[in-house]
Each structure stands twice: as C-alpha cells, then as structure tokens.
Design a protein around this ligand. Structure first.
Ligand code: FAD
Length: 452
C-alpha cells in the first residue's frame, strides 16, 4: 500500500468497532497512523483525575493490542494538539486527518486545527461517534437549546432511529512513526497503589465493555425497575466504558433495542432514557462549555456556600461523616472508582445542602476519583443535585439520607458491606444534625431568594 498516510486522532473513542474516523481512514486505502495524544495543555482540556488516568492506561494497552492484531499500531505522543498534530503531519507526510467529534470547550482547539489543516490544502474530517444525537441538531420550537429533559428526549425520539454500528475493520495497514512508551506516562498510581479495588471491579477495554453489555442485557436489565437499590446489581456499569468510548452509544442502543427477553424488554425504554440523560448532559455542555465551573442558573451566583476546614471535608471524602449511607457511598467510590447513582445523589445532596459546600468542591472530588468522570455528566449532575443546574431538583429538595436508606437499602446490606463498623464504638457520631443542617440550608436559600 502506498501514498500519503492518513492520521486517525483518537480521543474519547478508544475502540476499533463503530469508529467512523478509523473506518474512513481504512476505507481510503492508504497507510494509517493511529494516534492517541496525551494533551494536558490545550485550551479547554481538563487534565484527567487519578481514577481516569488508571483507566486510560489499561484502555490504551488493550487498544494497542487490538490494533496490532489487525495489522495496525497505536502511536502515543504527549503535548498540545495544536503543535503535535501539525508536526506529526509534517513528519509522516500525511495528507488527511480524521477524528470523532468532542463537545466540550476543547472543540475550539479542534475547529482551529481543522481550519489550519484545510488551509494547508490537506483534508481534515470529523465524525459523529460519541453521541446518538448531535447537540446542535435538537432544538426547541423557537430554535434554541432545551433546558428540560422530558421534551428534549421526546424530540430525540421523534428523530430517525440512530444509525447501525459500523463493523470493525478486518485489516489496518498501520504505520508507527515512533512515540512514547505507555509506562513513561506514569498513569498508574505507585506509592501508594490505591488501585486494588479498581482492578477487582473493572476490565477496561472494548472486550470488557461488550461483556458488560451482554451480561446486562441477558441478566440485569430484567431487574432494572429496581435500579435504585444500591446493593442490587441491576444497572449496567457501562459508564466508564462509554466515557472512554470503548463501546459506542450506537452499539448499546442497537443491542438493547432488539432481541431481549420479555422481562428485560419491559425496562428497555427506561434504560434508553438514562442513555438519554447522558445525551442531555452533552446537549447542556455544548451550549454551556463552562458547566463544570459556572452555575447554569445565574441566580445561584449569590448563594452563601460555606468554606469548610479541610479536615471536615475529608470526613465526607473518606466516608467518615457518621451518616451510614453517605459513608457507604463515599467508600464505594474510593475503593472501586464508581458509586451507585442513587447514592451519588444522596452524597451530593449531603455535601451541598447539609454541609452547604459549593457543588464545585464535590464535582472536583468526583472528577478525581470516578473512573467514569465525564465532563458533561459529572458537572450536569452536580448542578442538578445542587439546584443550580438544568432541569434541576429544586434546592429545597434536600434528600434525607436516613429515609433514603430505609427506602432503598431496607436491610442495610449496602451500608454493612461498605461500613462494617456501623453501630459499634468505632463508628463516628454524625458530623451534623440532619434536621438542623437541613433547616440552615433552607434558610440560606430563602435569604438569597428574598434578596432577588
Ligand atoms: P445505568 O443505569 O446502567 O445507565 C446506563 C448509562 O446511561 C450509564 O452508563 C451512563 O452513561 C448513562 N447515565 C445513566 N444515568 C445518567 C445520568 N443521571 N446522567 C448522565 N448519564 C447517565 N455519570 C457519568 O457517566 N459520569 C459522571 O462523572 C457522573 N457523575 C455524576 C455525579 C453525580 C453527583 C450524580 C448524581 C450522577 C453522576 N453520573 C455520572 C450519572 C450516573 O450516576 C451514572 O451515569 C451511573 O450511575 C452509571 O452507572 P451505570 O452505568 O450502571 O448506569
């Protein structure tokens, strides 16, 4: 095979199947350079948290093996995209660059790069791969973005069915211009090695993602109506795989859409609407690229958040608040890099309401510790719980962790699994009185609302 090579620049799409950018490059019939760039410099790029770095390492390792099995290779480089891509083009003599779109603030970098490559007389083409519905294509009757989920998802469901997933290429004519060794990026923790629980819980990579999807469709989807029970394995645990694009939403969609048992089929639409929340979060992020740092609802700018001592915050971070369900969730997160959705809501409500701590502080902790830390879903969900977000729970809806535990963990199995010392002398007293702190939060909110 000869001719100028094509570059495929991978980002949040670490897969070979249903990868339109890779498929286009292979289709072109020229040698292919598959690049992953560790870019912690470009405008709009948020450096990965610790748990995500762990995941990325393993995901890239798997992807490298998969590409090699097809005749290709994964080139690893580090640096800002605006410098690294042009220099790779020059070095390899490539005349085309392909990538799958991203939707946060970093898309400015992509747009500038695309113009530059095209101005140089080369090809730069981007593709839809990570979302079922491109954020700018779903508009209200007035032509603007949606701010409420239900009509947003209804509008999506009125669109044509998402396309079928693309097959993986059968052969890639790869060239590897030389780059970094994965180990040199030191993405894995060493001293201390806190990743044992992550290793026990996850199998990063596309094969692990497809196993999870299959297992979920066959076994757990039938229990999805009980998805709020944190001790029951009733949800898919696909979130980190979707986050890193080891599996595409198109693959998930088409697997779940057809070929289910009758019991599973009953829960299908509910599950697909959760995929819809992921889409909605990206819709919001696309229109508000500063979603992780700025209140979606500006009336929250005046909210009197408290500034806790680090030791106090640490009690929340490490699961030592003295509120069992909160501590169970925070320990599950610390150990496994994941927390059940219901408990994410309870722990986030406790931080932003009972402790009156700014949602951004919680968002940052989750960003560092979640393996599925996602620039759209994490920010949108924190703002949703805090009350400052799109289609948010009103601020005065303060979750009562004790009632939540009674309802969703009635036998205390989840709590006992993560907080075995509960009920003994070793377990701390509650760091706040739930009733008083709830009232204090409501009073603060009242004062801000009255001042408007
Ligand atoms: P399932 O119930 O099996 O859902 C399937 C998929 O749908 C998920 O993998 C996820 O991609 C998507 N999804 C489900 N619920 C939501 C939701 N509420 N919002 C957006 N997408 C959703 N999700 C993340 O992917 N990354 C985050 O960083 C993140 N941070 C969160 C922070 C807080 C405070 C809260 C309350 C929620 C957060 N979520 C986040 C949403 C949700 O908790 C997780 O997506 C879900 O728990 C993942 O588990 P699952 O894959 O088993 O979900």
């Amino acid at each position: 095979m000869s001719g100028a090579p094509s570059i495929v620049w991978l980002r949040d799409d670490l897969r070979v199947a249903d990868n339109p950018a890779l498929a286009a490059a292979v289709e072109r019939g020229r040698p292919v350079v598959v690049l992953y760039l560790l870019d912690e410099e470009s405008a709009g790029v948020r450096p990965l948290g610790g748990a995500s770095r762990w995941w990325l390492h393993h995901s890239l390792e798997r992807l490298g093996e998969e590409l090699a099995g097809l005749g290709g290779a994964l080139t690893l480089r580090r640096g800002a995209a605006e410098r690294s891509i042009p220099s790779l083009i020059e070095e390899t003599g490539a005349d085309a660059v392909y990538w799958n779109r991203r939707y946060g603030a970093a898309r400015q970098t992509d747009a500038a790069l695309k113009s530059r490559v095209i101005d140089d007389g080369l090809e730069a083409t981007s593709f839809q791969a990570s979302l079922l519905f491109e954020p700018w294509t779903i508009t209200t009757g007035a032509g603007g973005p949606y701010g409420v989920f239900t009509p947003y998802w209804k509008a999506c469901m009125n669109r044509a069915e998402p396309r079928e997933p693309l097959p993986a290429p059968t052969r890639i004519e790869g060239i590897a211009p030389g780059g970094d060794a994965l180990a040199d990026w030191t993405l894995l923790p060493t001293r201390p090695d806190w990743a044992e629980g992550l290793r026990e819980t996850w199998t990063p990579g596309s094969a692990g993602a497809h196993d999870r999807l299959e297992e979920f469709a066959e076994e757990m989807l039938a229990d999805y109506h009980r998805r709020d029970e944190p001790d029951l394995r009733a949800t898919s645990m696909l979130s980190p795989h979707l986050r890193f694009g080891e599996i595409s939403p198109f693959e998930v969609w088409h697997r779940i859409r057809y070929g289910l048992s009758a019991a599973a089929a009953k829960n299908r639409d509910k599950f697909l609407s959760e995929i819809g929340w992921r889409e909605f979060s990206y819709h919001i992020l696309f229109h508000h690229p500063d979603l992780a740092t700025r209140n979606y609802r500006a009336d929250f700018d005046a909210f009197p958040w408290t500034t806790p001592e680090d030791a106090e915050l640490d009690r929340w971070r490490r699961g030592r608040t003295g509120i069992p369900i909160v501590d169970a969730g925070m320990r599950q997160l610390w150990r496994t890099g994941w927390m059940h959705n219901r408990v994410r809501m309870i722990t986030a409500s406790f931080l932003t309401k009972n402790l009156q701590v700014d949602w951004r502080t919680g968002e940052e902790w989750f960003w560092d510790t979640l393996v599925d830390a996602d620039e759209a879903s994490n920010a949108a969900s924190w703002q949703w719980v805090a009350g400052s977000g799109a289609d948010a729970a009103p601020y005065f809806r303060v979750f009562n962790p004790e009632l939540q535990a009674k309802k969703f963990d009635p036998r205390g199995e989840y709590v006992h699994r993560w907080v075995p010392e509960v009920g003994t002398d070793e377990y701390p007293e509650p760091m706040v009185d739930l009733r008083e702190s709830r009232q204090a939060a409501l009073d603060a909110y009242e004062a801000v609302s009255a001042a408007r």
